[in-house]
Design a protein around this ligand. Sequence first.
Ligand code: GLY
Ligand code: MN
Ligand code: MN
Length: 331
Amino acid sequence: ESIFDEAFVNALVNADRLYYRLGVHPEFDMRLFRLFHQAMRRLGRTGRPLWPIHDPNEFLGEMRVVKSKAEVERLQIAANISAEAHANAMQLSKPGMHEYEVEAALFHAFRAAGAGRLGYPSIVASGPNACVLHYNQNDRRMQEKDLLLIDAGAEFDFYTADITRVCPVSGKFTEPQREIYQAVLNAQKDCIRIARPGKSMRDIHNHAVEVLVEELKKLKILKGPTKQIIAKELYRPYYPHGTGHWLGMDVHDVGRYYSRDYDNPRKLEPGCVFTIEPGLYFGPDSPCPAKYKGIGVRIEDDIVITNQGCKVLTSAVPKEVDEIESLCSQP
Ligand code: GLY
Ligand code: MN
Ligand code: MN
């Protein structure tokens, strides 16, 4: 009998409830049930009922939604390490290199700067691979006219960053690439502008959709009344994902996105940390004009809500068109 089993049975006979998440590790569930039986035998004929089991997920999630100062400090360090690695990766990417070389450079930069490990598997997606949402084979050879999408984050002291940047491998955006990049950047910056206490993740997503739809109309990729496009979700072929998620010890951190009764979107408050990551994707089967085919752009920063507004933890890595071009055209 292990020390754990003994200690668990002793604790259980004196407890009035157990917090445990059933169903995640079925073998461990079975072990606990056996220990329940031992605890019941220990209690004997006292008439005591079985102890209720509560799922702690919600409580633990709630403890993690609003970050303490110490947590934000760690997230800032993870963000700084990741920002520097991204800038370096954009600079060294050249036509003819393989995606995995960039992946390795990111990992080297993370570890050399003191990161414990990756926050999640790095996505290094050149050309049309950027349209594959969770691509991480990272084995394509990069071509002259490719965009390169890098989604990578370092973990520092158990807290992770989550950054996406897109750059032209050759150092210069083509005209259609620049149009799409600028459209996503406009949406991303406008979402950051509205992020403040009292807004919800839902508000930010709705705002991203509105700006992206306007941009797609300007580029003649969508037409018709904005309201109708949104109601019919006609933007979904180009923007099939959400605009952000909680960020912390997990890259997709835990915690409710809704009010306690799960009826209303939760209002952001100082200390909430999350990503803002709109994108536009035009895969091979996209119903878009031909000149946009194969373009995939997402721009992702990490945000902490402050008393008045928000702070961008990942602002050290550039995202304006001219900044990106000058970074990527360096030898
Ligand atoms: N890298 C995972 C995400 O952006 O959600
Ligand atoms: Mn993300
Ligand atoms: Mn990401």
